[in-house]
Ligand binder design. Structure first.
Ligand code: ZN
Length: 331
């Protein structure tokens, strides 16, 4: 039996299992009166699909009855089952074009890990990551290149910031919130004062924000902080997150998340005050250098890079090349 909670009249939260941490993703099924909308999908694993079907059953419908499918972003827990759900239901799929593009790229690379692609290798080495010490196979998540990631790569509609979608008697607004992912969107129900936030505004944890080889000059942390300020402009009574419980004070939580990153940034700037260091060196000091899965070491390096990049853009640090590596130093 899956767990389903009606968090607001006609809005159902369905808890789906994940084989990694966080161990649960919340997806939201909305009765739009005459039509049904699902926001995020879970992974395409047998357990998750069974739980989703059971959840729909408890609400009194089948997956085949779905009319609209919306994804906050392309990550496997949010979009992994979208291909299968669309095939079964013919639901119209809505996702930001940057996310559809990334989903396509993930499929294309399939079983190839980031350490196996030449342009990624150069990026790793440039930031001090000792890639030769790690087996390439450990650098990709275990689900990559499997059926569990079965995304829609050609959505029916490309989401744009501010788009308003009418489904049945409901009105859904898309708010573009880049940061955790470049095309991340949250969904706002203005009349109900509900904000469905995906990974953007989680109650207990902060989502990963990192610079990846596919966008080395981006400023994802700057985008993320701006997206936190952006959602504060909306009047919200209930925040529906993808992980963790439903909560209410989104402005307070957005401020906490901004503060957390500013604290991290200051901590990192302190470490590069006396001598310049690579992002990898800083990550080892901030996130710990002990034995950890390589996937985590990589994510920590990319997250550190996002912080240092923001410091450079805001004029608190500079970066330069030394011995073929990019190093950062406090100004
Ligand atoms: Zn995510």
């Amino acid at each position: 039996m899956s767990k389903v909670v009606e968090v607001h009249p006609g809005i159902y939260e369905i808890f789906l299992p994940l084989p990694m941490r966080p161990t649960i993703i919340n997806v939201y099924l909305i009765d739009c009166h005459g039509a049904w909308t699902l926001i995020d999908t879970g992974m395409n694993s047998p357990e998750s699909m069974r739980t989703l079907e059971d959840g729909f059953g408890q609400v009194g419908i089948k997956i085949e009855d779905l009319d609209v499918l919306i994804a906050t972003h392309h990550h496997i827990d949010h979009f992994g089952a979208s291909g299968v759900i669309r095939r079964r239901s013919h639901a119209k799929t809505y996702v930001h074009p940057l996310e559809a593009e990334r989903a396509g790229r993930m499929l294309m690379f399939g079983r190839m890990g980031p350490g196996e692609r030449p342009e990624s290798r150069a990026f790793f080495e440039m930031h001090g990551f000792p890639i030769e010490q790690y087996p390439a196979a450990g650098m990709r998540p275990m689900w990559m290149g499997t059926e569990m990631y079965s995304p829609v790569t050609e959505p029916d509609h490309a989401i744009k910031d501010g788009d308003v979608l009418k489904v049945g008697e409901r009105t859904l607004e898309f708010i573009w919130t880049p940061g955790h992912s470049p095309g991340h969107n949250v969904v706002y129900l203005r009349k109900e004062k509900i904000l469905i936030v995906g990974d953007h505004l989680l109650p207990k944890i902060t989502p990963h924000v990192g610079i990846y080889p596919d966008n080395p000059d981006g400023n994802p942390l700057g985008d993320f902080i701006n997206s936190q300020l952006k959602v504060q402009r909306y009047d919200v009574e209930s925040v529906l997150p993808a992980h963790g419980g439903v909560y209410s004070d989104h402005r307070h939580r957005a401020n906490q998340i901004i503060e957390h990153h500013r604290y991290r940034e200051a901590e990192m700037l302190d470490l590069v005050k006396k001598r310049p260091k690579t992002a990898f060196e800083v990550a080892q000091e901030v996130f710990g250098g002990e034995e950890r899965p390589i996937f985590h070491v990589m994510a920590a390096t990319f997250e550190t890079l996002a912080h240092l990049q923001l410091s450079c853009i805001e004029g608190r640090a500079r970066k330069f090349e030394r011995d073929n590596k990019v190093v950062f130093q406090t100004l």
